[in-house]
Design a protein around this ligand. Structure first.
Ligand code: CTP
Ligand SMILES: C[C@](O)(CO)[C@H](O)COP(=O)(O)O
Length: 237
């Protein structure tokens, strides 16, 4: 029987506008290493990942091959390809490049460098069991619905609300089929599980970590720097 494999798609083709730096946020260095290299290193180390497809911005392929993949010995990276207009289009480009022997695919934000090997293992197991599994944490704040006049309409019951992260893992056969139905109207899709849910498939929640932040605004960069310093024993925090 043919041995089936698990592949990761790392999407790093965004512009990082909200961080507001001149370079794309995934290449900002923390402790002298680009953010996306931290993300890729965890996948490289995972015994459950056989190969990685790295999706990057227009004109960034050569830079990524030289300054990220070769420099940090990321030998599992099998393709570096160009992304699309929205995140969902970058994921679609990655899915189109999946090798035929792919059993489970893990989709990971390049800008979320604190994933762990345990999250990878648990989402793969969850996807094998029910089709899809995503990492998430319970919402901590009180959540209110606010109208356009900045007045509170109501307070939502947060007991069922979870904040969604990556990694997100799916049976490759199902996610390939779903992404074939993608249309222009799907540009509002903010994670891969949304399409999976819409198609009626089950998505299991795996407990994530409040450390597993996405670098979205300048404050996240500060927090990420402090967490990395602390891991290396260089901080008083
Ligand atoms: N067209 C896009 C948009 C986003 N991403 C990736 O999807 C992840 C999550 O996206 P987000 O944090 O929204 O990144 P940006 O789009 O870069 O941020 P911003 O909206 O601030 O410009 C990031 O790793 C980003 O690089 C992508 O591959 N292709
Ligand atoms: C997929 C994701 O990380 C889940 O939180 C996120 O939705 C992607 O980024 P965005 O900031 O919502 O565009």
């Amino acid at each position: 029987m043919k041995h089936l494999k698990n592949y990761a798609i790392v999407v790093a083709a965004g512009k990082g506008r909200r961080v507001g730096r001149e370079i794309n946020k995934q290449y900002i260095k923390i402790n002298n290493k680009p953010i996306v290299a931290y993300t890729l290193e965890v996948l490289q180390k995972s015994i459950s990942i056989d190969g990685i497809i790295l999706v990057v911005g227009k004109g960034e392929i050569d830079y990524c091959r030289e300054k990220i993949v070769n420099k940090y010995d990321l030998a599992k990276v099998i393709s570096i390809i160009e992304g699309g207009k929205e995140r969902v289009n970058s994921v679609a480009n990655g899915i189109a490049k999946l090798p035929k022997d792919c059993s489970i695919v893990i989709i990971q934000d390049g800008a979320r460098p604190f994933l762990s090997e345990e999250m990878i293992e648990m989402t793969i197991t969850g996807a094998e069991e029910v089709g899809g599994a995503i990492v998430a944490v319970p919402v901590k704040d009180t959540i209110k619905v606010v109208n356009s006049n900045m007045e509170v309409e109501k307070t939502v019951d947060r007991s069922k609300l979870w904040s969604i992260q990556t990694p997100q893992a799916f049976k490759a056969s199902l996610i390939k089929e779903i992404y074939q139905t993608l249309s222009e109207a799907d540009k509002e899709i903010t994670d891969d599980a949304m399409l999976f849910e819409r198609a009626g498939y089950t998505v299991k929640i795996i407990m994530g970590s409040y450390r597993n932040i996405k670098i979205t605004t300048p404050e996240d960069l500060f927090v990420a720097e402090e967490m990395i310093k602390k891991e290396k024993g260089e901080s008083n925090v």
